[in-house]
Design a protein around this ligand. Structure first.
Ligand code: HEC
Ligand code: HEC
Length: 203
């Protein structure tokens, strides 16, 4: 498998740890089910990044699942947290939205699905720490504008649809400035109940 994924290394790193490019995401240690859903999403056009769409286009589903399991099993250290380029008020808004949401604006707390320590839940919910700012804001933007979709009900599209540009800036700054948790493994399936259903997280 290490040989098979050499094609991925220039962008995702030899251990799936990411590279210096601020946009190329880390893969290592994300839940295998989540990673499998993503490679399938690139293959069938739910997510768009031409070099990846092209690379995965002709690979059979079993092969994609094995690659997902391989990257899920790796555990290189997370990158150092980003230094936020925003003021205290913006960071506080980010923290409030992630940890409590904003009921008046129909924004659920991100921790209600991504977990109290933001490490995600098996099989389909990824952790949100160790992601870089450009990547986080691009993904939230992609859901808001409909260029990234997941299986229905696409709960991230619902969540992102309630966020403003200013919310995305605040959430991105706060999340990317968090230190890595001691234990960054995703919790087992069913550890807590989601506030509403997600197609990519069978209950
Ligand atoms: C040319 C650079 C490049 C190569 C080569 C590449 N990727 Fe990617 N990959 C990206 C970028 C950029 C994204 C984020 C795209 C986006 O959503 O805008 C991504 C996203 C992903 C994601 C989703 C990550 C997440 O957290 O949602 C997975 C999984 C993935 N790639 C797997 C692979 C695998 C497996 C290979 C090798 C077969 C590979 N990639 C090769 C650039 C690359
Ligand atoms: C109802 C559950 C739910 C809530 C609430 C939720 N998420 Fe998610 N999130 C998910 C699921 C499920 C996925 C995986 C979607 C997929 O398979 O593409 C996801 C994926 C993501 C990703 C993609 C990570 C990557 O590596 O590409 C980001 C970023 C994200 N969520 C941010 C947030 C933020 C920020 C909030 C709070 C404003 C939030 N989520 C609230 C369920 C949720």
């Amino acid at each position: 498998m290490a040989e098979r994924v050499l094609a991925c290394a220039p962008c995702h790193g030899a251990q799936g740890e990411g590279t210096r490019d601020p946009y190329f995401p880390r893969l290592a240690g994300k839940p295998a089910g989540y990673l499998a859903n993503q490679v399938i999403a690139f293959r069938n056009g739910r997510r768009h990044y031409p070099p990846m769409n092209y690379l995965l286009e002709f690979l059979p589903p079993d092969y994609l699942k094995e690659m997902a399991e391989y990257f899920a099993s790796l555990n290189p250290p997370l990158p150092p947290p980003a230094t936020p380029a925003v003021g205290e008020d913006v960071l506080n808004l980010g923290k409030t939205l992630v940890t409590q949401g904003d009921a008046a604006r129909n924004i659920p707390a991100c921790v209600s699905c991504h977990g109290p320590s933001l490490t995600g839940m098996e099989p389909g919910i990824p952790g949100l720490l160790g992601l870089r700012p450009n990547y986080i804001s691009a993904q939230l933007g992609a859901w808001r504008y409909g260029t990234r979709t997941a299986l229905a009900p696409d709960c991230m599209q619902i969540v992102a649809g309630h966020l403003t540009e200013a919310d995305v800036t605040a959430i991105t700054a706060w999340l990317s400035s968090r230190p890595a948790p001691e234990n960054r493994r995703s919790v087992p399936k069913g550890t807590y109940a989601l506030p509403f259903a997600c197609g990519s997280q069978p209950q």
